[in-house]
Write a protein that binds this ligand. Structure first.
Ligand code: ADP
Ligand code: MG
Length: 238
């Protein structure tokens, strides 16, 4: 049974159809990359998976159970956004621990879980700093820490590296892959960057204008592109 299953999913904003009959299913522990040009509906699909936005028709199931109608916090999903959205007045430790505090996790346990996550992300020495005293890469790590500390079933990433410079992007890409392997987590990762998609994914969903063009492994996509758009966009040889 697929861990995350998206079936005949559509989404319209008024008369604008932005997702058209999307069908994707992945297993536990997969790294799914949603890739496609700006405006093709990637963020909308992610928001719907997270429960931040409602779909128009179709269904989403996790472990065979429909999540339709469940609030974001009932979904066991954590999202890392493109803009880090850290709380400026809080320290790194408070930023990472905030969701645990909100759900009533006692201070000692919070400190331990935050400490572990910070070590994993190599920001253990920054716990007392505030976001303004961090570099872009460090802020992105804190944003990831906030998601990791909740130990959700599924992580959603919306272009988490697009605000970083090229060198840091490559470095963080490797780190996220390592994290994925170490945690065995299921990840849905949005990017418009083909190289990110090819290097990180277990499976890739290529989208254009709200339509899923191809869903397959990086090898499938590269060696057997479904159409000219996929071949061109993903840079397959002619
Ligand atoms: P991507 O993340 O791939 O760049 P989005 O999912 O953000 O694309 O947007 C897909 C389409 O939906 C775009 O045409 C965008 O303008 C439109 N859109 C997104 N959010 C809204 C909204 N809240 N209201 C109306 N249109 C929206
Ligand atoms: Mg987007």
């Amino acid at each position: 049974m697929a861990h995350l299953s998206i079936t005949h999913l559509t989404k319209s904003f008024g008369s604008l159809a932005v997702l058209k009959d999307i069908n994707i299913a992945i297993e536990d522990g997969e790294f799914l990359v949603l890739v496609g040009p700006s405006g093709c509906g990637k963020s909308t699909l992610l928001s719907i998976i997270a429960g931040l936005d409602a779909h128009t028709s179709g269904s989403i199931t996790i472990d065979g159970h429909s999540v339709d109608g469940l609030e974001p916090k009932e979904r066991d999903i954590a999202m890392v956004f493109q803009s880090y959205a850290l709380y400026p007045a809080m320290t790194v430790e408070e930023n990472i621990g905030f969701s645990l505090e909100m759900s009533g996790v006692p201070k000692a346990e919070r400190r331990e879980r935050v400490g572990k996550v910070a070590d994993l992300l190599q920001i253990g020495h920054l716990l007392k700093r505030r976001p303004a005293q961090l570099s872009g890469g460090q802020r992105q790590r804190v944003a990831m820490g906030r998601a990791l500390v909740r130990q959700p079933k599924i992580f959603l990433f919306d272009e988490p590296l697009s605000n970083l410079d090229a060198k840091l992007r490559v470095e963080m890409r490797t780190e996220i892959k390592k994290l994925h392997q170490r945690l065995g987590a299921t990840i849905v990762y949005v990017t418009h960057d083909q190289i990110e998609a090819m290097t990180m994914a277990t499976r890739i969903a290529v989208m254009k204008d709200g339509i899923l063009q191809q869903f397959g492994t990086p090898e499938d996509i590269y060696d057997r592109p479904a159409n000219v758009f996929v071949a061109t966009f993903m840079g397959s040889p002619p």
